[in-house]
Design a binder for this molecule. Structure first.
Ligand code: ATP
Ligand code: MG
Length: 380
């Protein structure tokens, strides 16, 4: 016998969205459909939740794992669907909880056509408590949820937390500047959690994008695709930039590189109809991340630059990267563009200086040539 029949999926914050609610739920359902491909799930709408039904236990177990990554879900729980009778509901509960469990019962009806109301569900459990294997206690931590609907009662247990936030795509699209480091993958997850559909841009130190595509980058992207689905990534070579900036003082290189990255991202945002750029910068973490340098390098860039990690300490970011699952890949040795940088970069450049250096190095033309050598890949 199957352990469960279904999973109930609740979407917390979507409730707040008033008139847009329908669109948000539609987006979440679309994302669920993509994420649960191969699980054999069918979707049933409820008033305040989505019910996923499964043919096989294996499909359901896979879905239970995948749902934990999908933005827009506040919590989810495995469930049994029973007939709308009290004995059937109680017998379903007996499959979810057993000896040693102490359980609190939460019952509600969205379908009012039953002969019993939600209070009577709870009192029936109490009345029969002697014959139950589990104990009932109003203040218990474990919960048994009974939801009576017109197509049967959904009896669920073992709430699992979702990551919350908004469904990917409901806030528009952004280009994420993805390095081989620890921070930017974490920033990408936070961007997706706020409903951004993300396209990645990675500037690499290889001779061609094939080598970049065979590096550890796809491994990072694979982890990120648990959150956002199929990942599209642009690999841009750094050698043209590096050759063009050989003659400038080393201490300026980092900020100029940052500006070049933003400009590149701006161009790709145009192609991809994205209206934001996301980076893993935090404030004061490294020399290039001072307010002065960030202001100078972002001067004139049209898309909003979002920096989800701005207020986090490095240790906090490391903790998040570990939870997300990118940390171990990020710390692996990698030929990063930035590692060529200098020990004492300027910490307070102004936009005039950055603009002048940008012009002197003819970086506009270099940008055009770099774009020609940039390749896009879509990862399954
Ligand atoms: P990270 O751990 O994400 O590499 P970091 O602490 O090393 O961040 P920087 O190297 O100053 O900080 O980079 C700041 C941000 O700039 C990164 O988080 C990323 O968004 C972007 N960035 C840096 N290098 C690259 C690159 N090679 N390609 C694309 N984006 C990059
Ligand atoms: Mg870095």
């Amino acid at each position: 016998m199957k352990r469960y029949d279904a999973i109930v999926v609740h979407y917390g914050e979507l409730w707040l969205k008033g008139r847009n609610r329908g669109a948000f739920i539609g987006r979440l359902k679309g994302n669920l459909k993509d994420a649960l491909e191969g699980c054999g799930a069918t979707m049933v709408d409820g008033r305040d939740r989505i019910l996923l039904k499964f043919k096989s236990q294996r499909g359901l177990d896979t879905a239970l794992y995948r749902l934990g990554f999908i933005p827009g879900i506040s919590w989810f729980a495995p469930a049994i669907i029973s007939n709308n009778t009290l004995p059937a509901i109680i017998s379903a509960a007996g499959r979810l909880y057993g000896k040693g469990d102490v359980v609190r019962i939460e019952a509600k009806r969205s379908y009012k056509g039953t002969s019993f109301n939600s209070y009577e569900i709870v009192s029936e459990f109490i009345k029969r408590s002697k014959s139950l294997k589990f104990k009932i206690d109003r203040s218990a931590e474990k919960e048994l949820m009974v939801s009576v609907t017109s197509s049967g009662s959904v009896v669920s247990a073992g709430k699992m937390p979702g990551i919350g936030g908004l469904p990917v795509g409901s806030s528009g699209r952004a280009v994420v500047l993805l390095s081989g480091g620890i921070d930017s993958p974490v920033a990408a997850v936070y961007a997706m959690k706020r409903g951004l559909d993300v396209i990645y841009l990675h500037m690499h130190a290889f001779n061609n994008s094939k080598d970049a595509a065979a590096s550890k980058m796809p491994e990072i992207l694979k982890v990120l695709s648990r959150y956002g689905g199929k990942a599209k990534v642009y690999y841009a070579p750094a050698y043209l930039f590096q050759a063009a900036t050989l003659k400038i003082p080393r201490k300026y290189e980092l900020v100029l590189f940052r500006r070049f990255l933003y400009r590149l991202a701006e161009e790709i945002a145009g192609t991809e109809r994205a209206s934001a750029i996301v980076t893993g910068e935090s404030l004061g973490q490294v020399a290039s991340q001072t307010i002065g340098n960030m202001t100078a390098s972002q001067h004139g860039i049209k898309p909003i630059i979002i920096r989800p990690l701005i207020g986090f300490d490095k240790l906090e970011i490391i903790g998040m990267a570990k939870r997300i699952g990118t940390y171990d890949i990020s710390i692996r040795e990698y030929k990063d563009v930035c590692s060529i940088g200098v020990k004492n970069p300027s910490t307070n450049m102004n936009e005039r200086l950055v603009g002048r250096l940008y012009e002197n190095c003819k970086l506009d033309a270099v940008l055009g040539r770099t774009l020609k050598k940039t390749r896009a890949y879509v990862l399954p």
